[in-house]
Design a protein around this ligand. Structure first.
Ligand SMILES: Nc1ncnc2c1ncn2[C@@H]1O[C@H](COP(=O)(O)OP(=O)(O)OP(=O)(O)O)[C@@H](O)[C@H]1O
Length: 232
């Protein structure tokens, strides 16, 4: 589904953010993207969204080389992806229902489709009874559920989550991880950048580790730190 081939990204200041990355992510995968600050995780996600362009190499999504995608096709590419951020980024002047409905309005869905789909997504994330609440009236975990509802309401094939548990207490973080697990089980591919060692270690999902822009580890059932034992 997603393939990086010799993908290199240098920013204008000549800083190499990603260096010759080669990897494949299959449809339905759940991938943790880990690495210390500055390792290249955000750059990786921005390249998928075409918010940044590769310096060399190729990224193929569903058979399409997105580095060659004409500008007019970028909105369609982005519509196939949902994004969740650490800081939720909800519209404060809209209630829960309208925050989610807005994502459908801007992608041109009819009021009928919106009235049908929004309640079912709010039910999926466990927020049916908060539809009329405003973001300021919700806990952090509830706000993250709204942002997840907004990200999946248009049925994306890929969900990109940038530290989605970063602002949450451990218990709430686990609830959000369970929700992401449920969404993944329904077939959505998930790429999640995280620093949450306990989450990565417990869930034993695929781990892609970056260090200074280099892919240093890609394990099918990985942990946060490299478990390899070295002979002394
Ligand atoms: N717009 C930019 N212009 C120049 N350099 C940039 C830009 N964005 C990122 N970089 C550099 O590219 C490298 C990778 O940054 P990136 O934001 O991808 O890291 P990250 O792994 O997401 O870090 P964090 O965990 O702190 O979010 C860093 O050295 C950073 O300083």
């Amino acid at each position: 589904m997603i393939e990086f081939i010799n993908a290199t990204k240098c920013y204008k200041n000549d800083r190499i953010a990603l260096s010759n990355i080669n990897l494949k992510i299959n449809k339905g995968d759940f991938v943790f993207l880990i690495g210390s600050s500055g390792a290249g995780k955000s750059t990786f996600m921005k390249l998928l969204l075409k918010e940044e362009e590769l310096t060399s190499g190729t990224i193929i999504i569903d058979g399409v080389d997105i580095t060659k995608l004409p500008k007019r096709k970028i909105p369609k590419l982005r519509r196939s992806m949902g994004i969740v951020f650490q800081d939720f980024r909800l519209l404060q002047n809209k209630n829960v229902y309208d925050n989610v409905a807005f994502a459908m309005q801007i992608t041109g869905h009819s009021s009928k489709e919106i009235r049908r789909r929004v309640p079912s997504v709010l039910s999926l994330v466990g927020l049916s009874d908060k539809a009329k609440s405003y973001p300021s009236e919700l806990s952090g975990g509830e706000q993250q559920r709204v942002s997840i509802a907004r990200a999946i309401v248009n049925n994306p094939t890929l969900l990109i989550a940038d530290e989605p548990t970063g602002n949450l207490d451990p218990q709430t973080a686990w609830e959000i991880m369970n929700l992401l697990g449920d969404i993944n089980k329904r077939g959505t591919t998930i790429i999640m950048a995280t620093h949450a060692k306990d989450v990565v270690d417990k869930l034993k999902r695929r781990v892609i580790a970056l260090e200074k822009g280099v892919l240093v580890r890609d394990e099918e059932r990985g942990s946060y730190e490299n478990d390899e034992q070295y002979d002394l």
